[in-house]
Design a protein around this ligand. Structure first.
Ligand code: CA
Length: 238
């Protein structure tokens, strides 16, 4: 049982901290815990989808490309083990398992089944958030929280950006797009990818706005930072 929702750490007010960044799925059948987890993750800036049973969770995890899944083990219909096993046949989405017991066998089984990390209930919410951040960075091949692209430095922990050492104010969406492209540096990221990762299922934002955000990022951080690959998507060169 989660004891309390920790408050969001203070943020530098010269730089926008966004309500939207990566997209996460939380699968948990206990309503209060699910609510608290989703709330805390949203406050941290993630787009969050939820599922209350393993079947629904599996459907969503197979349908969308989440940046991470927080998965409870004891679930109705299909439990966390079953869901993970089936998901791993198709996808490598980072999964953080929530186990109710600190049983050694549970941990071993979790890691054997392809879980990337696990947390024993009751857990500290701050720790969960830190592990989710670490999972996402690891999955993107980044072990550090600072990303440097030429003169542009991105601090993914504090969600701040500097250009040649000077703070630059980005909107939430601009930051989210920049961080995602930076984490996938050297790869072409399609528009569909960006939408899937940056907007959750309750978001109906019009797709053509993406160009407006990219235009604005270039204006603030330099025209050469993000390359447009016509008909393919966007790319930050490695
Ligand atoms: Ca449960």
């Amino acid at each position: 049982m989660l004891s309390k929702v920790v408050s969001t750490p203070p943020r530098c007010d010269t730089v926008a901290a966004g309500p939207i960044t990566m997209r996460i799925l939380v699968v948990e059948d206990e309503p209060r815990l699910l609510h608290n987890l989703a709330k805390a993750l949203r406050e941290e800036g993630y787009a969050v989808d939820t599922a209350e049973n393993g079947e629904d969770g599996l459907f969503k995890a197979e349908t969308y490309n989440y940046d991470a899944v927080v998965l409870d083990i004891m679930l109705p219909q299909l439990d966390g083990w079953g869901m993970l096993e089936r998901l791993r046949k198709h996808k490598k989405t980072p999964v953080l398992m929530l186990t109710a017991r600190d049983a050694h066998t549970d941990r071993v089984r979790g890691l054997d089944s392809g879980a990337d990390d696990y947390l024993v209930k009751p857990f500290d919410l701050g720790e969960l958030l830190a592990r989710v951040r670490a999972l996402i960075r690891r999955a993107a091949g980044q072990s550090r929280s600072n990303l440097q692209i030429g003169d542009v430095a991105i601090d993914t922990r504090n969600r701040t950006v500097t250009l040649a050492g000077q703070p630059v104010t980005l909107t939430a969406r601009e930051y989210a797009i920049l961080e995602y492209l930076a984490l996938h540096r050297g790869e072409v990221v399609t528009r569909t990818d960006l939408y899937e990762h940056l907007f959750d299922e309750s978001d109906d934002t019009l797709s053509n706005l993406l160009d407006v955000h990219i235009f604005s990022i270039r204006k603030k951080l330099g025209a050469d930072l993000i390359t447009t690959r016509r008909g393919q998507g966007y790319c930050i060169e490695s």
